[in-house]
Design a protein around this ligand. Sequence first.
Ligand SMILES: Nc1ncnc2c1ncn2[C@@H]1O[C@H](COP(=O)(O)OP(=O)(O)OP(=O)(O)O)[C@@H](O)[C@H]1O
Ligand SMILES: CCCC(=O)O
Length: 368
Amino acid sequence: MKSLKILTLNPGSTSTKIAVYSGELVLISETIKHQSEELDQFDTIFDQMELRKHTILECLSAANIEIDSLDMVIGRGGLLKPISSGIYEVNEDMLYDLVHGDLQHASNLGASIAHEIAKTSTKGIKAYIADPVVVDEMSEIAKLTGHPNFKRRSIFHALNHKAVARHYAGITKKPYDQMNLIIAHMGGGVSVGAHQNGKVVDVNQALDGEGPVSPERSGSLPAGDLIRAAFSGKYSEAEMLKMVVGHGGMVAYLGTNDAYKIEQLAEKGDESAIQFYELMAYQVSKEIGSLATIFAGSVDAIILTGGLAKSDYLVDKIKARVSFLSKVEVFPGEDEMYALAMNGIWLNQGILQLQTYKGRGEKESVNG
Ligand SMILES: Nc1ncnc2c1ncn2[C@@H]1O[C@H](COP(=O)(O)OP(=O)(O)OP(=O)(O)O)[C@@H](O)[C@H]1O
Ligand SMILES: CCCC(=O)O
């Protein structure tokens, strides 16, 4: 049988990743970095669309890959309404909600660019998204907060969480839906999720909400102090939001989102760098420990993944704190492009059922 040829694309805050697969085999894989000056000229995420699409088309053309040779296009999904894990065909509701939603993130461009590219194929190929950041499998109790006006939202690195969980299930030959896993994705943002029998029943809102500190995000902040700062007259709304995501965490403490650079300083004895790594390890460990209560301590494995899981320095500090709970497995980096391609392959093989996104309309505001 002929292998499926799949274009996968992943617009991130500082880069656009593109890969073309023939079945599971990668034909091309590129990460195009966007300098902040390049992106700063645009007011909204959607204003970046032409630039990003052009970048992708140039990559395809440089590799002599015709759009007509593709069988499907799969983009990383964005901030849609909460949906189940799986693969979705891009539709009008989805395109509408991505433009009109209350939160913006570069991944909102994934569906639109995939759709635009698929449209130009004379073969009538389709565009899809898979496991977007809004995959919501949270238990009802996990969504409640201490005030009825505020509900917690499931926004996390669902694509990598699910891919790593299935990969681990494959290695251990134990079905994903029969395990209790705690997975910590540690990248530009950090999400720590409790996977109970194949569902992420609790996870910190990793975009601008809560959880451990990360290279560019503050994670949870003291609510009262945050409100007082917001009303102090010192900051605009945009500045306050930047404090939480973009200019929080390591950027706020040390002026960079490059954890690798900070780790090298820490290893040379730099006190501020050491303190920041201690803080990250402490907060990620504490999050893992708190999720262990969901399973009453019965955890099959704790899995560390994302770019920061390449750091033995950080991984060892976390292991030292959480190993008493369960074994700790490390899957450094992320392979979101491969995960996207696999979703397409599983769809084609009938292992996954195609889901339909139903949305449209203004999102309810997060809170209040
Ligand atoms: N070997 C390493 N040691 C320490 N830190 C590393 C190493 N390699 C990458 N990192 C750090 O990992 C972070 C980026 O991780 P990753 O690539 O998973 O994030 P991202 O894709 O930009 O964001 P996100 O995962 O939130 O979508 C950066 O801070 C980078 O410096
Ligand atoms: C959790 C939102 C997605 C991301 O940080 O990449």
